[in-house]
Design a protein around this ligand. Structure first.
Ligand code: AMP
Length: 398
């Protein structure tokens, strides 16, 4: 296979993020976002060979937005587009790797809607629109959950009646799999270790946050569960709470399930704790100025993160390093430092200067010599989706 452009598409309910990825090149030729789809303000923003542009696409739906995108993609790919890789949020237990999208696979994806009711319909909309617009191109689904299908049963089962697992799929699935996969592989190559013989703890810290234990290239445990609410403190998500909280809030506040879910998903996390913002940059600035809520939010975030990293170590026989990634992990020297301070039992200590230098896409080691390896590795989910898509296409053409 010579030219290997893959169009990567990530559909939300009112947006499409896209990138034209050639894994042999460091940058994306074309990338962008169609947003506010379905509204009068719908717009397409893109970057082509470094220069930015946008255009209004009033009231466009997913299909119309992709149709607007088509000439841009054709120009950028210069007739060398091999396929489309779709990010799909949930693959349940059925999808353990990336999958060629045929009618059976699409039916399976649709059947997973109860597990991700907000995201699966948007993903399906994107797949259906792209299939109509690019009928001759292979379409591949790459699942956020698939990397975690290697979790052993003792890590993925909840201590609940078995029938809930067997008949209703209630188990831990984990998310951010594409990112955990990408950065752990990069960490191994960065450190001169074979990916298939290395052990990593990964902290993906963006608006959503999760940790993962990766052993010999396979996920062995992760902090998110049945849904992306479990685990760490996130931008607006609470992470772990006492499961009795739901009943408690229903009884004492008279809240409905929808109100409780809304509070835990949209009003909690950094936003809830700080009373100020879900954005770590804002919180760091406010903390500098003595804001009590921002200070507390940062302390809770780092302590809970360190606790999760420590618990993930149960899945490892040895530790080759801790990796920080995601908007916060790649940019916040403060969060990395505070978190690692809670992990001194793991022989972790950061080099102040190296830690300060690893921001805005700079990768590198940030530990002091003689201590456990700690790396900052920028994630690149689009590139991993393109790599997974290409690998599948190669299997089909081999
Ligand atoms: P993501 O979802 O990966 O785009 O990450 C979004 C999060 O990264 C937000 O909380 C941002 O505030 C945070 N972030 C981005 N840049 C910085 C920075 N320079 N310092 C601290 N946090 C940052």
């Amino acid at each position: 296979m010579q030219a290997c452009n893959i169009l990567v598409i990530n559909c939300g309910s009112s947006s499409i993020k896209f990138a034209l990825v050639n894994p042999t090149e460091p940058d994306f030729t074309l990338s962008g976002l169609a947003e506010r789809l379905g509204s009068a303000d719908a717009a397409l923003h893109w970057q082509y060979r470094g220069s930015k542009d946008s255009k209004p696409i009033g009231n466009a739906d997913h299909r119309q937005a992709l149709a607007e995108l088509l000439p841009l993609v054709e120009r950028a790919a210069q007739g060398k587009l091999l396929g489309i890789g779709h990010r799909v949020v949930h693959g349940g237990e059925y999808f353990t790797t990336a999958s060629w999208i045929d009618s059976k696979a699409l039916q399976e994806i649709k059947s997973l809607e109860p597990l991700a009711p907000l995201h699966i319909p948007a993903n399906v909309q994107g797949i259906e629109a792209a299939t109509k617009l690019f009928p001759d191109l292979p379409q591949v689904a790459v699942f956020d959950t698939a990397f975690h299908q290697s979790l052993p049963e003792h890590a993925f089962r909840y201590a609940l009646p078995e029938v809930l697992y067997r008949q209703h799929g209630v188990r831990r699935y984990g998310f951010h799999g594409t990112s955990h996969h990408y950065v752990s592989a990069q960490a191994a190559s960065f450190s001169g270790l074979a990916y298939g013989d290395s052990s990593w703890l990964v902290a993906h810290l963006g608006n959503g946050c999760s940790t993962c234990a990766v052993v010999n290239g396979q996920s062995r445990d992760t902090s998110m569960g049945l849904t992306p609410l479990e685990g760490l403190v996130m931008g607006t998500r609470s992470g772990d709470v006492d499961p009795n909280l739901h009943g408690h809030l229903a009884r004492t506040m008279g809240w409905s399930l929808d109100e409780i879910n809304h509070t835990l998903n949209q009003d909690s996390g950094l936003l809830g704790l700080s009373g100020l913002s879900n954005d770590m940059r804002t919180l760091e600035q406010a903390r500098e100025q003595g804001h009590v809520g921002a200070t507390l939010a940062i302390e809770v975030f780092c302590y809970r993160l360190a606790k999760s990293i420590a618990s993930m170590s149960c899945a490892l026989l040895r530790l080759d390093g801790l990796v920080f990634t995601g908007g916060i992990g790649e940019n916040s020297a403060l969060i990395r430092n505070k978190t690692v301070q809670h992990l001194s039992l793991f022989n972790m200590q950061l080099d102040r200067e190296a830690n300060a230098l690893c921001i805005r896409g700079v990768a590198g080691p940030i530990h002091t010599p003689g201590h456990t390896r700690v790396l900052v590795i920028p994630t690149n989910e689009e590139r991993q989706i393109a790599l997974d898509t290409l690998a599948l296409l190669k299997q089909h053409t081999a």
